[in-house]
Design a protein around this ligand. Structure first.
Ligand SMILES: Nc1ncnc2c1ncn2[C@@H]1O[C@H](COP(=O)(O)OP(=O)(O)O)[C@@H](O)[C@H]1O
Ligand code: SF4
Ligand SMILES: [Mg+2]
Length: 328
C-alpha cells in the first residue's frame, strides 16, 4: 500500500445562495498517495474545482462553506487549523495552479518580485536570495530568458509563458501537493502539449503528488496514475487509469468513455451517450444523483444513496449494480 499524503473524508461543501443551498460536495472521500498524479474528471459543474478549493481552504464565505468532513495532512485536520496556520501550508506544502494565470498575478508587480514574495513568506531568505531562487524556478519550467521574464509584468507575457510562470510560483517552495485545476484549458493545443510535458517532468524531478483536474479524459490517460470520476458532487468511481479505461464500471464512467470515439473501441455503446444534464444541486435527485440519466437505474436507486463497493485492487464504485448479490 503506498503512503497516503492527504486523506479527505466525507467532505461536504455547500453554497448558501438566495436561490437555495447548493449542495456542491456530497461527502467526498479521497486519499492522495505520495508521489502520484491523481486525476479528477467529470462534466462542468460536478464539483471538481470546489473539491480543490476545499482542500486548500479557499472556499469563500459567503456563500461557500465546508460543513462536514476532515482533510488529514501530516497528522492534522486542515479543516480545524486557524487561517494563520493554513497560510503557512498554502503556497508552501500545498499549492495550486489555476486555469486563468492572469488571476494569480498582481498586474502592478513584476513576475520575479511576485515569485520572490512567495519564497520570502515561507522561507528565511533575503530579497536578493529570493529573487535568485525565483529565476531558478523560472529556468526549471524551461522559460527562455528567465532573467528577462523575472523583470516583466504579467501583461507582457503570452498565455503559455504566464502559465509557466504560475507553475514556477506554485513550485517555488517545493510543495508536497500541487493542485492543477484545468491548467491547460485556456491554452492552444501546442502550448497545452508543452505544459503537460513540463508537468510530467516536474513530477519526476520533484517527487510531488499532483491532483490534476480536467474535463478531458485524454489528458487523464496521458498524465495520471489513478483517476476519480466525479458526478454531481460525488466521486462515483475511483481506480488506476488503465482500469478506468479498460473496465469502466459505473454507468456514468462508461458514458463518459463512450463519448470519446478513440477510447470507445472496446465498449459497445452509442457515441451520443448520457442523455440529460448535470442536475441542479440546489434540489439534487434523491437517492443516486445519477438516476435520472442512468439507463440501468433500479427502484432503490431513486430512494437510497449507493454506498461504495470495492471491486478489488483499489477499484471503488458507488453504484447499486455492485451491491452484495447484485454483482454483474
Ligand atoms: N460561488 C459559488 N456560488 C454558488 N454555487 C457555486 C459557487 N461555486 C461553485 N458553485 C456550484 O458548485 C457546483 C460545483 O462547481 P465546480 O466545482 O466549480 O464544478 P467543476 O466540476 O466544473 O469545477 C456547481 O453546481 C456550481 O454551480
Ligand atoms: S446506483 Fe442505480 S442509478 Fe446510480 S448509477 Fe448505479 S444503477 Fe445507475
Ligand atoms: Mg472547475
Amino acid at each position: 500500500m503506498p503512503d497516503v499524503l492527504i486523506s479527505v473524508k466525507n467532505l461536504k461543501t455547500n453554497f448558501y445562495t438566495y436561490a437555495g443551498v447548493v449542495k456542491a460536495l456530497d461527502g467526498i472521500n479521497l486519499d492522495i498517495y505520495k508521489g502520484e498524479t491523481i486525476g479528477l474528471v467529470g462534466e462542468t459543474g460536478c464539483g471538481k474545482s470546489v473539491t480543490a478549493l476545499s482542500i486548500i481552504r479557499l472556499i469563500q464565505w459567503p456563500p461557500g462553506k465546508i460543513d462536514e468532513g476532515t482533510i488529514t495532512f501530516e497528522g492534522r485536520d486542515l479543516l480545524k487549523l486557524p487561517e494563520s496556520e493554513m497560510r503557512k501550508i498554502r503556497g508552501n506544502k500545498i499549492s495550486m495552479i489555476f486555469q486563468e494565470p492572469m488571476n494569480s498575478f498582481n498586474p502592478v508587480f513584476t513576475i520575479g518580485d511576485q515569485i520572490a514574495e512567495v519564497i520570502m513568506l515561507h522561507q528565511k531568505k533575503t530579497k536578493k536570495e529570493a529573487l535568485a531562487q525565483a529565476i531558478e524556478m523560472l529556468k526549471f519550467t524551461s522559460i527562455p530568458a528567465p532573467e528577462r521574464v523575472a523583470k516583466s509584468y504579467p501583461h507582457e507575457l503570452s498565455g503559455g509563458m504566464l502559465q509557466r510562470a504560475m507553475i514556477s510560483m506554485a513550485l517555488a517552495c517545493q510543495p508536497e501537493l500541487l493542485i492543477a485545476d484545468e491548467p491547460t484549458t485556456a491554452l492552444d493545443v501546442t502550448i497545452e502539449a508543452q505544459i503537460l510535458e513540463l508537468m510530467k517532468g516536474l513530477k519526476t524531478k520533484m517527487g510531488a503528488s499532483i491532483l490534476l483536474i480536467t474535463h478531458d479524459l485524454g489528458i487523464i490517460a496521458e498524465m495520471c496514475d489513478r483517476v476519480g470520476v466525479m458526478y454531481a458532487g460525488n466521486i462515483v468511481e475511483l481506480a488506476d487509469v488503465s482500469t478506468i479505461f479498460k473496465n469502466p464500471s459505473h454507468p456514468y464512467t462508461s458514458g463518459l468513455i463512450c463519448a470519446i470515439p478513440s477510447l470507445a473501441t472496446k465498449q459497445a455503446c452509442r457515441l451520443d451517450t448520457i442523455p440529460g444534464n448535470v442536475p441542479n444541486l440546489i434540489r439534487p435527485p434523491e437517492g443516486c444523483r445519477f438516476h435520472p440519466r442512468c439507463s440501468k437505474a433500479m427502484d432503490r436507486c431513486k430512494k437510497e444513496k449507493p454506498g461504495v463497493y470495492d471491486l478489488g485492487n483499489g477499484h471503488l464504485v458507488s453504484c447499486f449494480l455492485y451491491a452484495e448479490g447484485q454483482k454483474q
